[in-house]
Design a protein around this ligand. Structure first.
Ligand SMILES: *[C@@H]1O[C@H](CO)[C@@H](O)[C@H](O)[C@H]1NC(C)=O
Ligand SMILES: *[C@@H]1O[C@H](CO)[C@@H](O)[C@H](O)[C@H]1NC(C)=O
Ligand SMILES: *[C@@H]1O[C@H](CO)[C@@H](O)[C@H](O)[C@H]1NC(C)=O
Ligand SMILES: *[C@@H]1O[C@H](CO)[C@@H](O)[C@H](O)[C@H]1NC(C)=O
Length: 267
């Protein structure tokens, strides 16, 4: 693979994956009402909320889970998107009462001692779900330095067995963070920690170093993936894997990487 191909492969994302506050709210609500009682299905139910127009027939009991999502009805997402402060304040208040219990880094290390029970308890999707997705594996990088719980939640949301995931744990990250991510990765054949770790300073070239470190590893490990998507541990998908694949198929090999000098103009 030459360098051009590198650039070719970097990306595609921006229009498909974003961190949108509102979605995080919805997600927090959904986990809150389910947490630890029925972690399984959280992903499905949350997608049901985000994509009410998508049919979820392939998820066995999503509607039953959805029934438990009552708190979501209390939030008007349209208003949140419009930046309505009253609605935001109301949502913040609600959030306080629905905070899901986090899982500590040490707990993750403990939980992943038994991978089977970890995957089951956390509700990972261990099937490609559709043949379209199976034939179109994606590669992801995830840059993170803290909050294993959130990073694991992201991984859980985007995890599919046909894809491949490179996690770049910042070199300055706490020991427990690295250990927890390493033990989580050890439960999957297609999730690994980047072989070269950088001290990433946001907005500097080190971000690219970290992504490139992952891309190099991804190219070495599997050559079958079709597109590369770079993420950070703080993001959350607005599209299902199936939707990503459908979007990327229409790209037909093209990139979605911003080229331009707006940043330089800005500063
Ligand atoms: C669906 O969920 C309901 C309520 O959570 C439960 O009682 C029922 O057994 C579930 N059905 C299946 C097929 O899992
Ligand atoms: C929202 O809450 C903040 C602080 O809690 C307050 O200063 C602000 O006035 C509130 N805004 C509205 C529109 O209620
Ligand atoms: C790990 O889990 C076991 C059993 O679930 C528990 O007894 C032990 O205290 C845990 N260890 C830590 C460090 O949390
Ligand atoms: C992904 O990489 C592109 C190109 O380096 C960059 O513009 C974008 O900000 C990156 N996205 C994330 C989430 O790091």
């Amino acid at each position: 693979m030459n360098r051009k191909r590198f650039w070719c492969c970097i990306v595609a994302t921006v229009m498909s994956i974003f961190l949108v506050q509102c979605i995080v709210y919805i997600y927090l609500f959904s986990t809150a009402s389910l947490s630890f009682r029925s972690i399984k299905g959280v992903i499905e139910s949350q997608m049901k909320i985000i994509f009410p127009f998508v049919r979820f027939s392939r998820f066995s009991n999503a509607s039953a889970i959805f029934e438990k999502m009552k708190p979501v009805n209390l939030v008007n997402c349209r208003k949140l998107f419009d930046g309505d402060y009253i609605e935001m304040n109301k949502t913040y208040k609600l959030l306080e009462s629905f905070k899901p219990k986090s899982i500590s880094d040490i707990d993750y290390i403990n939980m992943t001692k038994s991978c089977d029970s970890f995957l089951e308890k956390r509700g990972y999707i261990m099937s490609s779900l559709t043949s379209v997705e199976e034939a179109f594996p994606l590669a992801f990088s995830m840059l993170m330095y803290k909050d294993v719980y959130q990073a694991e939640r992201l991984l859980r949301a985007i995890y599919r067995p046909q894809n491949i995931y490179c996690i770049h744990v910042d070199r300055k990250a706490a020991r427990d963070v690295k250990d927890a991510m390493t033990s989580i990765a050890s439960c999957f054949e297609n999730v690994f920690i980047a072989s070269q770790l950088y001290d990433v300073q946001w907005g500097t070239l080190s971000v690219l170093d970290a992504d490139l470190s992952c891309i190099r590893d991804l190219l070495h490990k599997h050559k079958s993936w079709k597109y590369f998507i770079n993420l950070t541990g703080q993001e959350f998908p607005l599209r299902t894997n199936y939707e990503l694949v459908k979007i990327l198929l229409t790209y037909d090999g093209a990139n979605d990487i911003m080229g331009g000098n707006e940043r330089f103009v800005l500063y």
